[in-house]
Design a protein around this ligand. Structure first.
Ligand SMILES: *Cc1c(COP(=O)(O)O)cnc(C)c1O
Length: 370
């Protein structure tokens, strides 16, 4: 599904020397390279403040912690996402409230949000799934109207850009009150372990998040907040600072592979190529087909026989998971999330795919389907 070694090989010298310099200085925690990377990422995203964290999950946790919510406050999000999005809401004693996704974009159906708002609602948490942004302009309007915070889960979509009606261009993770991303190795900008970052344009929130990520510390051994230990370590920051200048080129490689897939698969019966919105670029963290549920698992098995890996992100929506039964949702509550869990199929997608590989994958799919 990914070729992390192939990607590393191309920039080995830059990455190795950045890592070696951390080792030489032995500044493994909060080394200068961490703030250097945060500055570079702030510049890349045009976000006023970037706070590095230990992973995407804790970025989401820190974002919610910084809003000073009360137990039982409601967070509107989607059931069709990676578990982290919902896990952190539950861990903080908040209540996840789901709205369904669009079957075309796989993202939050923003037209369903207002009906889910109650007097306990405090936050809307959209997930920019697979590399494409939620309709943030409409969502921000709703949030403003109801005085709600917006926390963006941009763990799969760093580098995706939205154009608003006034022509302004915004990056995934930088439009809400707080945005979150992950540097898990297979993400669009991946490190060599776990890593994450939080974005905000709000100075007060930035200071609170920075402190909360470091045990809630204000000055050394004095604690202003109940915090956690969620730091990006210096070695990971070194990898990331070497890789960030290549992010746009990585995204372009993914987009080129997606175009190849689109062209070769758009006429296959029973298969829908990923829909593109008019407002957002697509960074193709995943290239995800919607396949007729009657065909999907068989197609997947036949591709596996030809040594073509595929993945199902995600096979069971969160409202039907054992861990979240206390939310008292039932089958049928979110029909599109349920339908997609039986329809989605992600093909190999990374920066090192060759035309030969793409040709082999698409020829094989065509020979099975047609
Ligand atoms: C990867 C991911 C996360 C969590 O990131 P980690 O760094 O693995 O903790 C959260 N939300 C979404 C949508 C993700 O894809």
């Amino acid at each position: 599904m990914v070729d992390l070694y192939g990607q590393y090989r191309k920039i080995k010298t830059e990455v190795d020397s950045a890592m070696q310099s951390v080792v030489d200085k032995a500044s493994f925690i909060n080394g200068g390279v961490v703030s250097e990377f945060a500055d570079a990422l702030a510049e890349y995203t045009s976000s006023n403040f970037v706070i590095p964290s230990a992973n995407g999950t804790e970025s989401l946790q820190l974002a919610l912690m910084s809003l000073q919510l009360s137990p039982g406050d409601e967070v509107i999000t989607v059931p069709f996402t990676f578990v982290s999005t919902v896990e952190v809401i539950a861990l903080l004693g908040l209540k996840p409230v789901f709205v369904d996704v669009s079957p075309d974009t796989f993202n939050m159906d923003v037209t369903k949000v207002e009906a889910a708002i109650t007097d306990r609602t405090k936050v809307i948490l959209p997930v920019h799934l697979y590399g494409q942004c939620v309709d943030m302009e409409s969502l921000l309007r709703i949030a403003r109207r109801h005085n709600l915070f917006v926390v963006e889960d941009a763990c799969q979509s760093l580098g995706a850009r939205i154009t608003f009606a006034d022509g302004s261009v915004h990056q995934a993770g930088t439009m809400g009150d707080v945005g979150c991303t992950s540097f898990f190795p297979s993400k669009n900008l991946g490190c060599f372990g776990d890593g994450g970052a939080v974005f905000t344009n709000n100075e007060t929130l930035a200071a609170r998040i920075r402190s909360m990520a470091n045990h809630g510390m204000s000055e050394k051994y004095y604690y202003e907040h109940v915090g956690i230990n969620s730091r990006l370590d210096s070695l990971q920051a070194a990898v990331l600072i070497a890789k960030l200048p290549h992010l746009d080129e990585y995204i372009r490689s993914r987009q080129a592979a997606a175009r190849f897939y689109d062209e070769r698969l758009s006429d296959c019966d029973g298969i829908h190529i990923p829909a593109k919105t008019t407002f957002s670029t697509h960074t193709y963290h995943q290239y995800t087909l919607r396949v007729d549920p009657k065909l999907r698992d068989e197609l997947r098995a036949k591709l596996a026989e030809k040594e073509i890996p595929t993945m199902v992100y995600y096979p069971c929506p969160l409202h039907l998971q054992a861990a979240y039964q206390n939310l008292q949702y039932k089958k049928g509550d979110f029909p599109f999330a349920e339908f997609l869990s039986k329809s989605v199929l992600s093909l190999p997608m990374h920066t090192e795919l060759t035309d030969e590989q793409l040709q082999y994958i698409t020829d094989t799919i065509r020979s099975i389907i047609l």
